[in-house]
Design a protein around this ligand. Structure first.
Ligand code: GDP
Ligand code: MG
Length: 350
């Protein structure tokens, strides 16, 4: 899973990147990639329970993409965007001495410019496709279907609507994926606030931005990259108090990870033991046999059964021994749809 952090210069992309990955951001001219662990309190509880030698969180690859500049050549920006599975657009609401050179503080305006750039890129892509199809029309029997799909896209783009909202059947969906349209990529907006704005829950253009994102079905989260980078240095208890005092229920990275998972239809299952407690990321609807393949192709190939207990069940029982005694473990076959929070042990034969 590759997520690109995009936005205008000085919006706090690199600060957010550092927060998510614990890696120093680079100069800003080149896309930089690092792994961020997905916070999950269930992992912490399981770690307490099993005292494993190793703990592995689910991971997401984050990219710090060079800043977007309206009206300039954004070829490398668009190329980076095109490489991503999903996008987080950082828009700046915080005020500080470092004032962006291009305009004032306008999170709604900034979002719109980026959205416009992505729409234009898709429009160009669409036109190229349409021209190619027109030429192939005589000899390619699939051209008519393809043309129909592209015309649906065209109608959307003409209304300045991102293709993400276009509802398609499975066949069309598959075909559209090969085109790599940018506005089809899942996108989340992160408004970067300062301390005062967090406390007052207000920032410039808040109503316009919220209304527009609502219309487009785009989730919005608020973060304060800088403050959270500072909080990260604190002891756990102090960090919790500080968040509470700011009126935040959870860190921005947790909220961001949850939003990403929900929006992309992702979930986690766990494997546990003395060696390792580990979270694995799968798409909702994944069956046990395929989930096993996440761990190792041998386990998928030689799959016999999955021994499963839900996280809640395990917790209610106290520990795995008590859960076994109560017969709370289920044996599931290869078609079992793995659920978020399932603790799974695979039986296989190679
Ligand atoms: N007050 C405040 N300043 C921030 C925040 N996030 C970033 N900054 C500052 O804004 C400037 C630009 O941040 P940076 O992450 O480099 O932006 P980028 O150009 O988008 O990568 C830096 O001086 C940051 O310290 C924030 O949440 N609050
Ligand atoms: Mg930067």
């Amino acid at each position: 899973m590759k997520i690109g952090i995009i936005g205008r210069p000085q919006s706090g992309k690199s600060t957010l990147f550092e927060l998510l990955t614990n890696c120093q951001a680079g100069s800003g001219n080149k896309t930089q990639i690092a792994v961020g662990k997905v916070p999950d309190p269930r992992i912490e509880v399981l770690t307490q329970m099993y005292k494993p030698r190793k703990v592995t969180y689910a991971a997401i690859d984050f990219s710090d993409v060079p800043g977007f500049m309206a009206g300039q050549n954004n070829g490398s920006f668009l190329q980076s965007v095109s490489d991503m599975d999903a996008l987080v657009v950082v828009v700046r609401a915080f005020a500080s001495d470092v004032v962006p050179s291009y305009n004032g503080i306008q999170p709604y305006g900034d979002f719109n410019e980026i959205q416009q750039e992505l729409l234009v890129a898709d429009w160009t892509l669409l036109e190229t496709r349409l021209e190619r199809i027109a030429k192939q029309r005589m000899k390619n029997p699939q051209a008519a279907e393809e043309l129909g799909l592209l015309e649906k896209c065209q109608a959307f783009l003409e209304k300045d609507l991102p293709l993400r909202q276009l509802e398609l059947d499975e066949e069309e969906e598959k075909r559209l994926r090969t085109y790599d349209f940018l506005t089809r990529k899942p996108l989340i907006v992160a408004v970067n606030l300062d301390e005062e704005q967090i406390r007052s829950n207000s920032y410039p253009e808040k109503e316009e931005l919220e209304a527009e994102l609502e219309r487009l079905g785009i989730p919005l989260i608020t973060v304060s990259a800088q403050i959270e980078n500072e909080i990260k240095e604190l002891e756990e208890e102090d960090a919790r108090l500080f968040l509470e005092e700011l009126g935040l229920s959870d860190t921005g990275i947790s909220r961001l990870a949850r939003t990403v998972y929900k929006h992309l239809g992702l979930m986690s299952f766990f494997t546990v033991g003395e060696d390792e407690v580990r979270a694995w990321t799968i798409k909702a609807g994944t069956m046990a046999k395929q989930a096993a393949g996440k761990i190792h192709s041998d386990i998928e190939r030689g799959f016999i059964r999955a021994e499963v207990i839900s996280y809640e069940d395990l917790l209610a029982c106290g520990d795995s021994q008590a859960a076994k005694a109560k017969g709370r473990y289920r044996l599931e076959g290869k078609d079992y749809i793995v659920q978020d929070g399932d603790i799974v042990s695979f039986r296989f034969n190679v």
